[in-house]
Design a protein around this ligand. Structure first.
Ligand SMILES: Cc1cc2nc3c(=O)[nH]c(=O)nc-3n(C[C@H](O)[C@H](O)[C@H](O)COP(=O)(O)OP(=O)(O)OC[C@H]3O[C@@H](n4cnc5c(N)ncnc54)[C@H](O)[C@@H]3O)c2cc1C
Length: 396
């Protein structure tokens, strides 16, 4: 049983099928998830993991080979590849920006094509061990039984609460997130280039689609965590007014892009989940955001969820018992994902500084990026150069 039909859950069901196991996905929502949020960029390590289980995103979104960073004063801080080449996997991978809804749809199609069953309207409320498996109970009063239960139920995971009731939950990051799609606005950027602008008061990023549309996000700082009701009360026009005000002293196209967006998305808070001490017990395990949500700032949460899903399927394929598969899985994943969460936290911190700290921040970034360009030493390489060899067996 896979609980949660998001990115981790659907990919896991696909990977289990490729490994010769059958899974049913139990998803809380009673319709196909269209995915909260605007769009996301899947870095090369995510594409490598999807390729391991024969899923490609051909036709979705567009390539995002490079990222350029600028300050609010309009100064270029540096430019880097968006994920360096994966020598181990061979070439041909370029990070890709896709609408979240399109990614969900493609994963679901790939899962259905392989015969994976989806049960919608099944919100997990409880789970306990049975003689030779797990019994799950759902909010609609139904139950289901399986050999094991994989909790891919996201940031507010119920499975996490069952496995590790004392684990810390989601940690608010002090940043809000909103965005949209602008049309008819000229921007000074080649298509596919991610432009990250560290404004004086707010972070802004835009990526021009080859068809001319401009996809963007903004991260207004908010030291106090707004309630869902407070967020819902902010109308798109109010967002527009607030954002244009936040960028009023910055150079660049942020205000024009925001002005050219018909409907600004309802905002949401950003969180991470730093370290859950226990990932598995009694034939139950958590993966993806349920186990280690990463601040969106680093653009790796979906990538980690996809890697988790594929590695877990390999462990279940290759280890003789469920317990030994879970141990092998944790050994392969914990250090990497917790390092990514920590790096995401630090990256987010750069976006929420006091305006007076913007000048030294920009200087440090510029010097750091110049050093990287000169030496070729990108400290994030280890994130992108991760390769999953599907054929290789998981050792004891
Ligand atoms: C603003 C923002 C921007 C981001 N940008 C990027 C990016 O550019 N690149 C990147 O790699 N990552 C990005 N991420 C992170 C990425 O979206 C998440 O890490 C990813 O969605 C995690 O996948 P998941 O399957 O673990 O969780 P989810 O995608 O949240 O899926 C969880 C699923 O479980 C279901 N569910 C929840 N509770 C239950 C229950 N009790 N019973 C049954 N089902 C349940 C939910 O309905 C949902 O379908 C971003 C995140 C945010 C918030």
């Amino acid at each position: 049983m896979v609980v949660g039909g998001g990115i981790a859950g659907t990919t896991c069901a696909i990977a289990l099928h490729e490994a010769g196991m059958e899974a049913t996905v139990h998803e809380a929502y009673d319709r196909t998830a269209d995915g909260a949020g605007v769009y996301l960029t899947l870095a090369v390590n995510a594409l490598d993991a999807l390729r391991a289980v024969d899923v490609d995103l051909h036709g979705l979104g567009f390539d995002t080979p490079r990222i350029t960073m600028r300050s609010g004063s309009g100064r270029t801080l540096g430019e880097l590849p968006y994920g360096t080449g994966l020598e181990a996997a061979g070439d041909g991978l370029t990070s890709r920006t896709v609408k979240r809804a399109d990614l969900y749809r493609r994963l679901r199609e790939e899962a259905l094509r392989r015969g994976v069953r989806f049960e919608h309207g099944r919100r997990l409320v409880g789970a306990s061990p049975s003689d030779d498996g797990v019994v799950a109970s759902f909010a609609d009063g139904t139950t289901a039984e399986g050999d094991l239960l994989i909790g891919a139920d996201g940031l507010r995971s119920r499975t996490r609460e069952i496995i590790a009731p004392d684990a810390p939950g989601a940690r608010y990051n002090g940043l809000l997130n909103t965005g949209g799609y602008a049309s008819g606005v000229p921007v000074d950027s080649e298509p596919g280039m991610m432009n990250a602008i560290f404004g004086r008061r707010c972070f802004f990023a835009f990526t021009p689609h080859p068809d001319g549309e401009v996809w963007w996000v903004a991260n207004p700082p908010s030291p106090v965590e707004p309630t869902p009701a407070e967020l819902a009360a902010i109308s798109p026009e109010e967002w527009r007014r607030r954002l244009i005000d936040l960028f009023r002293d910055d150079k660049g196209s942020a205000s024009d892009i925001i002005g050219a967006t018909e409907k600004i998305f309802a905002g949401w808070n950003t969180y991470d989940v730093p370290s859950v001490p226990v990932w598995h017990s009694n034939r139950m395990i958590i993966i993806g955001d349920a186990a280690h949500a990463t601040a969106p700032s680093i653009g790796q949460g979906a990538a980690m969820a996809i890697e988790d899903a594929v590695v877990l399927a390999k462990c279940l394929r290759d280890r003789p018992t469920v317990a030994s598969a879970f141990v092998a899985y944790e050994g392969l994943r914990r250090e990497r994902v917790e390092r990514v969460v920590e790096q995401g936290r630090r990256t987010g911190g750069w976006k929420s500084l006091h305006p007076l700290a913007a000048v030294p921040r920009d200087l440090v970034m510029r010097l750091g990026m110049a050093h990287m360009a000169r030496t070729g030493n990108d400290p994030s390489r280890w994130i992108y150069e991760h390769h999953i060899d599907w054929a290789e067996r998981v050792p004891a």
